[in-house]
Structures are given as structure tokens and as C-alpha cells.
Design a protein around this ligand. Sequence first.
Ligand code: SF4
Ligand code: SF4
Length: 170
Amino acid sequence: MQVNLRSFKQKVRHNAKQLRTFLTKLEKKNPKSLDKWAVTLSTEVWNEVDCLSCANCCKTMSPTFTPADIKRISAHLEMKPTEFKEKWLEYDKKDKDWLNQLRPCQFLNLKTNMCSIYEVRPADCAGFPHLTKKKMNEYIHVHKQNVEYCPATYKMVEKMKDLQKEIFQK
Ligand code: SF4
Ligand code: SF4
């Protein structure tokens, strides 16, 4: 399903606070079945969200670039890692991460929403938005941030909130 970013932003303005409050509750209660629900509901989400009609993550956020990402991508671009970092990245001293200098990402084709380095993209991009990658409870702090940028995360949290009675049943 196509993503309408304008209506997504409106929904975020109205509902993000409630969804974050729900996530805090989820984090505290940490129901046993949470990871199973995440798998089931993320399948539904990916049937409903078409990332190529969105690309809001690539437009508004930066992935973190690990040393392995920097080595692989710079080799792909026939650059030295130091040149690559100087040209495109900046170091976040607080979180000790390499991030993009630019938003949208320099590798995003804004006409097609395609990534020009897709095969060698950062691991963070490949796993984003991490709906089922880790134990969900360990990732809730990230979903709290992403709920306002990523329509897939928003939908996942909305579905969980709608099913909270079932999810909180032991
Ligand atoms: S590297 Fe590719 S997938 Fe990652 S943010 Fe940039 S355009 Fe998006
Ligand atoms: S991962 Fe989220 S923000 Fe990125 S393109 Fe897909 S729905 Fe949009």
C-alpha cells in the first residue's frame, strides 16, 4: 500500500504521544508473548506498507555507519575510507557513531526513492526499522523515536495498542 506522508505526519501530530505512552507500558509489563506478536503483526505491516512509496527514513534520519560499512561502501565507490568519511560523514562524539552529514541521504534517488548503494548499504539500513530483529523489549526505546518518522513502526505500534488486552494476557 502506498504511503501518504502528509497524512502520516498529521496522524503523528495527534497520536505519537499516546503511542509512546503505550510503548512505555509495554516496556514495563514486558509480556511473555511480545516477540511472537511482533512477528505476526510485522508480517501484517509489511503487507500494508510499501517502503518505495515512502523512504522517509532515508529522507529524515541518518543510519549509523560501522567500520565494516565504511570499508565496504568506500571500496564499492572506489574511495579510501578516510576520503569517504571526510566527504559524507560526521562523527557523533556523544554516541560515538559515524552519521551522514546530509539529510536526505546522499545515496537516495529522490525521484525513485531507491538507494544507489543498495547491495552494500549500511547494516543499520538493511535492518531498519528493526521490527523483529531483536527481542522487542530491548528495542522499545528505538521504536519510541521511530514512531514519528517511520509509517511501518507507527502501524506496528498502533496494531499492538489495539490488541493490548490480548498482548497483556499472560
Ligand atoms: S544508504 Fe541507502 S538505504 Fe541507507 S539511508 Fe542512504 S539511501 Fe537510505
Ligand atoms: S522503513 Fe519506515 S520510514 Fe523507511 S521507507 Fe519503510 S515505512 Fe518508510
